[in-house]
Design a protein around this ligand. Structure first.
Ligand SMILES: NC(=O)c1ccc[n+]([C@@H]2O[C@H](COP(=O)([O-])OP(=O)(O)OC[C@H]3O[C@@H](n4cnc5c(N)ncnc54)[C@H](OP(=O)(O)O)[C@@H]3O)[C@@H](O)[C@H]2O)c1
Length: 286
């Protein structure tokens, strides 16, 4: 699947096999690749890293087998040859993709290539953001769009770390299934009835004092979620599902209550972590 410079998405059977950009890159024979929201935004040209040359093969993650390494590859990269891996890359919707070794997770033997195709983007994002919430001292966190795959991963990780998740969904029928999916998840509120939603969120947040919100929605939702945060709370914006600019922020929440807005993007986070590769690989292996 490829993208031209005018944003047209097309299919081509004939693209050259990509070459290795450095001794730290490997070539992967692709098996499976998912379509995440970020792939759709990328193809629409609205968000995230954009291609630096066209035609561009779409697809940010997927799984496959490492089939080629550079002749001067270091030992840790040589060890990847023949391994089943999950990768982050520009161009996974093709038979072959290259990637830097920092963007690879080696799949355990009991995980199939199909199961492993989504091991990087959502799991690593959820893990990184819950780690950030812990750094910020959160004992309770708000998770909106909580029925998303990433939202569910964040719920699971929060519960494991004894952080209370306070979840929001937009459809009433999604409240009970989400509660039933996670033992220990008590707070799931639907925005479909705004008055009731506000009342339940205010009451719960007054009692549990969430100091972090993971915001996948943006738009007016961001300001609303900040209003529910404890003083000095942080909203981590990591998605724009509403398609709207951040809005509804109450000046007093920022000035008097010292709430803060920060962003998270996995493709920026990984290079930051790679400044300390040992710590990074220890982190993703745990
Ligand atoms: N920043 C990063 O590095 C990074 C990395 C990975 C993912 N993400 C972001 O994480 C988000 C979730 O990804 P995913 O793959 O887990 O998504 P997903 O499984 O496809 O789920 C999308 C969810 O969003 C809900 N939703 C859609 N539009 C909404 C709106 N306007 N208001 C409220 N809820 C809405 C849907 O609810 P319904 O069930 O009601 O339809 C659904 O539960 C996306 O925004 C994605 O871009 C960011």
């Amino acid at each position: 699947m490829k993208l031209d410079k005018n944003g047209n998405v097309g299919f081509s059977a004939e693209m050259p096999v990509p070459s290795l950009a450095s001794q730290d890159h490997v070539l992967v024979k692709m098996h499976s690749a998912p379509m995440n929201p970020s792939d759709c935004y990328n193809m629409a040209g609205t968000y995230g890293p954009q291609p630096d040359k066209y035609p561009h093969v779409a697809g940010f993650e997927g799984s496959g087998v490492v089939c080629q390494i550079h002749e001067n590859a270091p030992e840790n990269v040589k060890a990847l040859l023949g391994k089943n891996v999950s990768i982050l890359s520009f161009g996974t919707y093709a038979e072959y993709a290259t990637t830097h070794f920092s963007m690879i997770i080696t799949l355990p033997e009991n995980v199939s290539l199909e199961q492993g195709a989504m091991t990087v983007v959502n799991p690593l994002t959820a893990l990184a953001m819950i780690t950030r919430a812990k750094e910020l001292g959160a004992t309770a966190i708000i998770i909106n769009a909580a029925g998303s795959q990433l939202g569910k991963m964040a719920i699971r990780l929060a519960l494991k770390d004894d952080i209370i998740p306070i979840c929001t969904v937009r459809k009433a029928e999604n409240v009970q299934p989400l509660k039933e999916e996670f033992e220990g998840l008590h707070y799931v509120f639907s925005t479909h009835d705004p008055e009731n939603f506000d009342m339940l969120m205010k009451e719960t947040c007054k009692a549990k004092k969430p100091s972090v919100c993971l915001d996948a929605i943006g738009g007016e939702s961001t300001g609303k979620m900040v209003s529910f945060l404890a003083d000095k709370g942080t909203i981590i914006v990591y998605g724009g599902l509403s398609g709207q600019p951040l809005a509804g922020l109450n000046v007093a929440d920022i000035l008097s209550r010292y709430c803060r807005v920060e962003g998270f993007l996995l493709s920026n986070w990984i290079p930051e972590q790679m400044k300390d590769p040992v710590a990074y690989f220890t982190f993703i292996e745990t």
